[in-house]
Design a protein around this ligand. Structure first.
Ligand code: M5T
Ligand code: MG
Length: 242
């Protein structure tokens, strides 16, 4: 199918079941096909809750969430999730080798495709430095990866899916800045026709986005480019100068 990857939130409220207070209030924005949109905001402001609505890990409580003008509730869940890859805030690797972990969900991928994804994720090099390379065992009885290495494996897994929509939830927080820069440059080329929503803390990462959403206490406090927000958003300026 010819999916473009436009995402639209229209007056979205969201309350976790069993909770009284909404965590997201009146969220409205459009993310255009191929756009890179960053979400920033303090801890607990609702960033993860917001992005988790896109693959329908949860359903909106009220309002509308659309992809390419279609309400996600009207879409087949498998088809919806097939076009989205999400790198969760907490990486989820399992005991098995590195190759199995990267291929998880894309079992038919070729060795070359796996290596290409790992290269963009800046994982190929450290994987090749292990004696058993891609068949290195992880978890019990295997090697213990650093937090940043786990994140890069997790990113490679998402890239292997070649999604129309890529969502990164603080996915390079444990990676050093130089490596993060390399990942960012690789992603820019790789993501030419991919819509990307990412949550990040580092200003160097954030400012590269086409647009930035500042989330505050479940509400959109400001939206714009880095330059616009430096003029208009006190919260954004605080992030910049912190
Ligand atoms: C926003 C609550 C959380 C907080 C608010 C994921 C999750 C969150 N919450 C739940 O009740 N259940 C859940 O499953 O929602 O939390 P968040 O969306 O995780 O915020 P964040 O991503 O901006 O924070 P952080 O720390 O990742 O920067 O009240 O208790
Ligand atoms: Mg979060």
């Amino acid at each position: 199918k010819n999916i473009k990857g436009k995402i639209e939130f229209k007056n979205v409220d969201f309350t976790y079941s069993g909770s009284l207070n909404p965590v997201l209030k009146n969220i409205s924005f459009v993310c255009n096909p191929g756009e890179m949109l960053a979400i920033v905001g303090s801890t607990g402001s609702g960033k993860t809750s917001l992005i988790n609505l896109i693959p329908r890990f949860y359903d909106v409580t009220s309002g509308e969430l659309k992809i390419d003008e279609i309400n996600v509730n009207m879409m087949n869940l498998k088809e919806l999730r097939d076009i989205i890859a999400i790198v969760p805030q907490k990486t989820m690797l399992f005991s098995g080798n590195i190759l199995e972990n990267i291929k998880w969900g894309n079992e038919n991928a070729s060795v070359e495709e796996v290596q290409d994804a790992a290269k963009i994720a800046q994982a190929h090099e450290f994987i090749m430095s292990f004696p058993e390379k891609y068949t290195t065992q992880l978890g019990q009885g295997g090697v213990n990866l650093s937090g940043g290495q786990k994140q890069r494996i997790s990113l490679a897994r998402a890239l292997l899916k070649k999604p129309k929509i890529l969502i990164l939830d603080d996915s390079t927080s444990a990676v050093d800045m130089t490596t993060e820069g390399k990942i960012r440059r690789g992603l820019k080329l790789y993501l030419k026709n991919t819509t990307c929503i990412f949550i990040a803390q580092r200003i160097t990462t954030i400012r590269e986005a086409n647009r930035i959403i500042v989330l505050d206490n479940g509400m959109i406090s400001a939206i714009g480019t880095h330059e616009e927000l430096m003029k208009n958003s006190d919260i954004y300026k605080d992030i910049y100068y912190s």
